[in-house]
Every structure is written in structure tokens, then in C-alpha cells.
Design a protein around this ligand. Structure first.
Ligand code: MRU
Length: 369
């Protein structure tokens, strides 16, 4: 996607062929800074500290983290150490484990002297695959938007609500929830996006608004509590969100607050779609609400906010009384019954076991191994 007219991806191999470049998402929207990852540990820290974030990008970063690790120590012990270190960097997005399993499967059978080169090659494939998958999501989601427009309001603006950042910054390119939006915008459909600010880290206000703005897509940032009101007043035609893990039964885990939006959508008859690449499906988890691990992050994300002051400085301020305990659950699970459909690269699926299994039989087989 474009930043000031220049095409960017969220992660790439630098010209030297081995250093990994990534946009430092902690600095957006105030500063555009490129970070260089030169070791496996850099990749671990980048994922843990959310320099990179978003389920598919976490997976891509882990893949390159394995490649960096194979430069450092390509032995069997080195491979295991890198896998074990990376896989616990964040707990909820299953794309992390998926990418690491793919890397391990490619590297374990080959001679250690060949592992570094093979690791970069496999990581590059994972990155390209993400872009291709998102193109598929774009096409399938676009058809939905087009159909809703034709049925409800031909030629008029379609209002789409999204939560958190499931945009190109959260993937390698295009995004998942935003992919159909970008395609519809490119094809001349009038789109307006309601962007949930997404407390406490504000990925909507900081990242989604930034990328939509740089790509010229009309949008409005709203406090997280606004969606229900907008839906009651017919101001949302559909919601599209991303996900960090979809259970075999169709339950959807995504950024905290997604569940409340799905409830409001259900109550108001607003279609609620989830865009997901197939690596986000976890066939090993039968019941999302019961079994998906929910990350709990530092309380300072709740007690403090960082922003730019009038004189241009970045400043962090406390917004909660000293001594008040806080809780910071980073994700929640939306039960499948509240989801209208799952927008995947292989079509728009019913959120249930049979539909997921029929569309992605090879993933079931892999989960059983
Ligand atoms: O904590 P984050 O910023 O990594 O959470 C990101 C989300 O919840 C996204 O909606 C999800 O990863 C889908 S990204 C295409």
C-alpha cells in the first residue's frame, strides 16, 4: 500500500539480503521509522514489544526471525532454541505458531549448512503467500460490499465499521479487513470507514486511520463506545474486522471490544463479517471461548497515554488515579453465532466447523499431526 505515493510493505528483506526491515508501528502515526532486525532476539523483541503486530505480520516476522537464527546457529539445537524462543513471544495470534511450524518443517530435514539460505527462501514464500491470500480476501469481500450496495443503496456511500487494525500494517500488504475496502475504493465504490479507536493501544486511531488516510480512503475515528449508537441509527451498513485466531467451531478471537461490536451488530441487524487468512484458523482448538489463550498486557497501557503536544513533542501522561488497579485483556472471543460470515481467500464461509473443514481440509490434516 502507499505512504505518500511510495509503495511500502510492513516487512521486507533489506538490500544486503539478510537484514530484515520493518516499520516501527509503536511510533506511528507521529513518526515513520524503519527498524532493522539483525538477530533472532531482535525478532522476538519486535513481536513482544509490538514494534510489529497483527496476526499475519507476527507470523511473517517469526519466519524471518528463524532465518536470522539460522545465520547464528543452524544446528538442530539452534533450530529448537529459536522455535522455542519465538513461539512464546505473544500467545494469542496462532499465525505465530503456524509460521514457525512451516519453517521447522522446511528446515529440520535438511543439512544445517543449507539451513540459513533455505530459511530465507521459505520466509520469503510465507510473506508472498500472505499478500496472495489477502488479494483473495479482497476479491471475496469486494463482492459482498458490491452486493450490499446494489441491494441497499445503489451508488450511495457504504459505511463500514472496523475495529483495531487489520490493515496492511497488520499483514505484509493489503490487510485482511481492509483488503476489500481498498479494492472497493480502487474500483470507484464510495466507501466511508468508521474506525474504532481501540483502547488501550489505539491501533484504530493510530494505525488504521493513518493507513486509510495515506491511501485516500474516507474515514472517521470514533471512540470505542460509539458503534452501537451508529448502528441503531442506520449509519453502519456492515462491519468487517480481522482476527487473531478462529477456532474449529467458528468462534472468532480478535482485539478486545470486538465481541461488544458483534453484539450491537446482531441487535441491529447489521452484517458482521470477519476477514481471515487460512493460517489464522486453529483446527486444534474446538471451542474458542473456552480454549483460546487471551493475552494480558501491562497495566501501563491502560493507565497511560502517549501523544503529540502542541509544540511537537511526544509525551506520555497518566490518566488513571495512582493506586487504582487496572485490567488489560488484549483480546476477546466472539461466538460464531454472532458472525455473519468469514471472508477467506477461498470464499465467504459460514462460521461453523463443516464450512471451515470443507474449505481447508489440508489444515485439518496438519492439525492432526
Ligand atoms: O494486539 P494486536 O495489535 O497485534 O492485535 C491485532 C488485531 O487484533 C487484529 O485485528 C488481528 O491481528 C487481525 S490482523 C489482520
Amino acid at each position: 500500500m502507499k505512504v505518500d505515493g511510495k509503495h511500502f510493505r510492513s516487512i521486507w528483506r533489506e538490500r544486503d539480503g539478510w537484514t530484515v526491515g520493518a516499520i516501527d508501528q509503536r511510533r506511528l502515526p507521529h513518526e515513520f521509522v524503519v527498524a532493522k532486525l539483525v538477530s533472532c532476539e531482535d525478532a522476538v523483541v519486535a513481536i513482544r514489544d509490538m514494534l510489529v503486530r497483527g496476526a499475519p505480520l507476527i507470523g511473517a516476522t517469526a519466519a524471518y526471525g528463524m532465518a536470522l537464527a539460522m545465520r547464528e546457529d543452524p544446528s538442530d539445537a539452534g533450530l529448537k532454541r529459536a522455535y522455542d524462543r519465538l513461539v512464546v513471544a505473544r500467545p494469542t495470534a496462532i499465525n505465530l505458531k503456524w509460521a514457525l511450524d512451516e519453517m521447522r518443517a522446511a528446515l529440520a530435514p535438511i543439512d544445517p549448512v543449507e539451513r540459513a539460505e533455505a530459511a530465507y527462501a521459505r520466509a520469503d514464500e510465507i510473506v508472498e503467500q500472505d499478500v496472495e491470500i489477502n488479494r483473495g480476501i479482497a476479491a471475496n469481500g469486494f463482492a459482498l460490499i458490491e452486493a450490499i450496495m446494489a441491494k441497499k443503496k445503489p451508488g450511495e456511500t457504504i459505511n463500514i465499521l472496523t475495529h483495531c487494525n487489520a490493515g496492511w500494517l497488520a499483514t505484509v500488504d493489503w490487510g485482511t479487513a481492509t483488503a476489500p475496502i481498498y479494492l472497493a475504493h480502487e474500483r470507484g465504490i464510495k466507501i466511508h470507514v468508521w474506525v474504532d479507536e481501540t483502547r488501550p493501544r489505539n491501533q484504530g486511531a493510530s494505525l488504521t486511520a493513518w493507513e486509510l488516510g495515506h491511501h485516500g480512503v474516507p474515514h472517521t475515528v470514533i471512540p470505542d463506545n460509539t458503534g452501537g449508537h451508529l448502528m441503531q441509527h442506520g449509519m453502519v451498513d456492515l462491519a468487517i474486522v480481522g482476527t487473531d485466531r478462529v477456532a474449529a467451531n467458528g468462534d472468532v478471537c480478535n482485539k478486545i471490544g470486538t465481541y461488544l461490536k458483534a453484539l450491537a451488530a446482531h441487535d441491529n441487524g447489521v452484517p458482521f463479517y470477519v476477514a481471515l487468512p487460512s493460517p489464522t484458523i486453529d483446527f486444534a482448538v474446538d471451542d474458542g471461548i473456552r480454549d483460546i489463550p487471551i493475552e494480558q498486557r501491562s497495566g501501563t497501557e491502560v493507565t497511560e497515554m502517549t501523544g503529540r503536544t502542541a509544540d511537537g513533542r511526544l509525551e506520555t501522561v497518566r490518566i488513571v488515579p495512582e493506586g487504582s488497579p487496572v485490567a488489560n485483556y488484549a483480546f476477546d472471543v466472539t461466538p460464531a453465532r454472532l458472525v455473519t460470515g468469514l471472508i477467506t481467500e477461498r470464499g465467504v464461509l459460514k462460521p461453523d466447523r463443516a464450512a471451515l473443514a470443507a474449505a481447508f481440509p489440508e489444515r485439518i490434516a496438519a492439525a492432526a499431526e
